[in-house]
Ligand binder design. Structure first.
Ligand code: CTP
Length: 396
């Protein structure tokens, strides 16, 4: 986002308290942020703190003659590369949809020819109200891009959609907007890392996946311009910057997030999802039994996320799975392609001698309906780049 200029309109919602964090992250990515604070926004954050973080003057009043002398509101509305409204309250959305111009923020939004993104934030009933949904539709028809809102607990104590997207999600969408490349404007979902299936509050079942291949893929897709939603179990390799990170622990949580993110253009399931979870995980730590009896764990099968996405009503245009095998790699992987109903399978041999699981290199075979392609051994980052280019080719 080096030197990209963002006009950030902060309206009056409790989510405005997340704005200092967002401004810090945007600035850290090289963006230049010019803040506009509405009167009600100033009830939640102070102009002084926002100015200090953005290292910029904060604009508040429409008819400030000094400001008009320095930079008129028409010029201010057009000088930016992007206008971001966060939080966007029901009131601001209604004014935008109606084309009202009764304060600085709404006047800028009406006067501009710059792309606009909004991150709504409001009570669940207000969000679901037909008037707000009508306004939203009108705004989207006008080309305004939507970020969130998320489901969650609200400051008012209710639960549901209306919670402003987190700073990282906003950052990822803004970064995606500025990106160019063959995947610009495309939304790709990547699952990654292991899952942890609890036995009791302190113990869990896991596997050796480091999340390295998934993180490398998310990075490569991001670098080709995609908006990447990265759904990751507790991995050793940290998630890349500039992607939308959704941390989860269990397979069931991973499925819930994945389904919520659909529709997307492509889904790449690189996670090493645990096939089983412990049926009725204990609420308290299991204690050693003085009589020497061992605890007996019963298992239940986890949902197969890849198979469910492949058969989903909102199936992405491209669905890619991985096959971690320890024997008959190509034969087993080819069967997996059919069984899961995905478009491609990336097969690899994870016997400990290969050092692939948890290591930095990978040797993969790509299987699709047309046949089998054996790739040389290479760093996971190179596998990721090659795969991302192939995905871009397929989607464009
Ligand atoms: N996968 C998934 N959900 C699961 C299990 C696997 O989404 N519950 C996905 C993985 O992300 C990977 C592919 O399915 O893309 C294959 O995973 P793998 O562990 O190799 O296969 P399994 O389906 O678990 O089959 P098996 O363990 O019998 O080899």
């Amino acid at each position: 986002m080096n030197d990209k200029h963002i006009l950030l309109i902060i309206s009056g919602g409790i989510a405005a308290v997340k704005l200092p964090g967002l401004i810090r992250k945007l600035s850290a990515q090289g963006a230049r942020v010019t803040p506009v604070l509405t009167q009600s926004g100033a009830q939640f954050v102070t102009p002084l703190s926002i100015a200090a973080l953005a290292r910029s003057k904060v604009y508040t009043e429409l008819f400030d003659l000094t400001e008009e002398a320095q930079m008129g509101h028409i010029e201010l509305s057009r000088a930016a590369d992007l206008i971001l409204v966060a939080p966007a309250t029901a009131q601001v959305m209604a004014k935008m949809a109606q084309g009202m111009a009764d304060d600085l923020a709404s006047t800028l939004l009406l006067a501009t020819d710059t792309p606009v993104m909004i991150a709504p934030s409001m009570n669940v009933r207000m969000w679901q109200h037909p008037a707000t949904q009508r306004n939203l539709k009108r705004l989207q028809d006008d080309g305004v891009q939507l970020i969130g809102p998320n489901d969650g607990e609200m400051a008012c104590g209710e639960y549901g959609p209306g919670r402003m997207a987190e700073a990282d999600e906003i950052l990822a969408q803004v970064a995606g907007f500025f990106r160019s490349g063959p995947l610009a404007g495309r939304h790709v979902l990547v699952t990654s890392g292991p899952t942890h299936e609890p036995i009791d509050p302190v113990r869990y079942i896991a596997n050796r996946s480091s999340g390295a291949q998934g993180a490398a893929l998310a990075t490569a897709l991001r670098d080709l311009g995609a908006l990447v939603s990265f759904v990751t179990g507790p991995a050793r390799v940290p998630p890349p910057s500039g992607v939308e990170v959704h941390p989860v622990q269990t397979a069931q949580e991973m499925l819930a997030v994945v389904e919520r993110l659909l529709p997307v253009d492509a889904a790449i399931c690189a996670a090493a999802v645990a096939d089983w979870r412990v049926e009725g995980a204990h609420a308290q730590k299991i204690k050693k039994n003085p009589s020497g009896d061992f605890p007996i764990l019963e298992f239940a099968e986890n949902p197969d996320i890849l198979a469910l996405v492949s058969a989903h009503d909102l199936r992405p245009q491209l669905v890619v799975g991985f096959a971690a095998e320890t024997e008959n790699v190509i034969g087993n992987a080819a069967q997996k392609l059919l069984r899961k109903g995905c478009d491609w399978i990336v097969a690899n041999d994870v016997t400990p001698q290969t050092g692939i699981m948890g290591g930095a290199h990978n040797k993969v075979t790509l299987i699709d309906a047309d046949g089998t392609e054996i790739w040389d051994e290479m760093p996971k980052t190179d596998v990721a780049r090659r795969l991302a280019l192939r995905i871009a080719d397929d989607l464009t």
